[in-house]
Design a protein around this ligand. Structure first.
Ligand code: V07
Length: 256
């Protein structure tokens, strides 16, 4: 399948976009990604888990550029879940430094690309140094009109819905909201993604076929795409393969 894609690679295309990718066709507006398999990638090489996380960060850089080049409008990357706090202390400490590390080398280029960086998730429990780097990036890119690059950090799908309900319940209690007026739009308004469209495509790497508490509300109608490839081995070519398959599905249900 991939060899086939590689052969069809258009030589004229400077940006190395495969010929099958229909650039006038349906490009998903929002792609969400569960970046799984970093620890396994490291284990297979007898490297510490953190080496897998660092390799995974390199993949983020590549995939974001690939998405930007075909006109994807929103990318949401699942970087740290509410469950990830249970990992060994050293690993958590390492992970909490990755946003700074990523931004120190990438922020200038992302600004040049007109990318807006955003955070989805709870700010509770995040170390001050991590929050500082995130806030700086959010502020510096706030007005950018290009790709919106969202990092789900200290994010849990159920936690997000519970937090929305909590706000809604307070409003009802304060007499500011009629329970009869509660509808899907009212719930959506209090999610982290209140001003972000639902993902059109979800990519999950590393062979697990589940959602693992990621964007439970938002993924209701999303096309799901899974691959056995581990996140550090995931390339621009794999990303475009997912888009090509997404376009195939969109064509099929568009035809009926
Ligand atoms: C993290 C690398 C990718 C694989 C999955 C887990 C490890 C990029 C970021 C990041 C976050 C915010 C930001 C800029 C970059 C990141 C964490 C983990 C916690 F503004 N990769 N990456 N954050 N991994």
């Amino acid at each position: 399948m991939l060899e086939h894609l590689a052969r069809k690679w258009s030589r004229k295309e400077k940006q190395s976009v495969p010929a099958e990718l229909d650039r006038s066709g349906k490009i998903p507006q929002h792609v969400a990604v569960i970046m799984d398999g970093n620890g396994r990638w490291a284990n297979m090489r007898n490297l510490p888990r953190v080496a897998g996380h660092r390799a995974g960060m390199k993949t983020v850089k590549e995939v974001v550029k690939a998405a930007d080049e075909i006109g994807v409008r929103y990318m949401t990357m699942y970087a740290f879940s509410t469950e990830n706090w249970k990992r060994p202390r050293d690993e958590v400490d390492f992970l909490m430094k990755l946003p700074q590390e990523f931004l120190s080398t990438e922020l200038d280029e992302l600004v040049e690309r007109n990318v807006r960086i955003r955070m989805l998730g709870s700010k509770e429990k995040l170390p001050a140094h991590t929050l500082k780097a995130l806030h700086e990036a959010e502020e510096r890119t706030y007005e950018n009109q290009g790709l919106q690059l969202c990092f789900a950090l200290n994010y849990g799908g159920r936690d997000e819905i519970v937090k929305a309900f909590s706000v809604l319940a307070s409003k009802v209690k304060a007499g500011e909201l009629d329970p009869e007026a509660l509808d899907e739009e009212a719930v959506s308004r209090y999610l982290y993604t209140s001003d972000i469209p639902d993902p059109d495509l979800l990519i999950r790497t590393s062979g697990e076929i589940r959602l693992s508490n990621f964007m439970l509300w938002q993924l209701a109608y999303t096309e799901l795409w899974f691959t056995d490839v581990l996140w550090p081995d995931f390339t621009r070519e794999h990303f475009y393969q997912a888009i090509v398959e997404y376009q195939g599905r969109a064509r099929r249900y568009g035809a009926v």
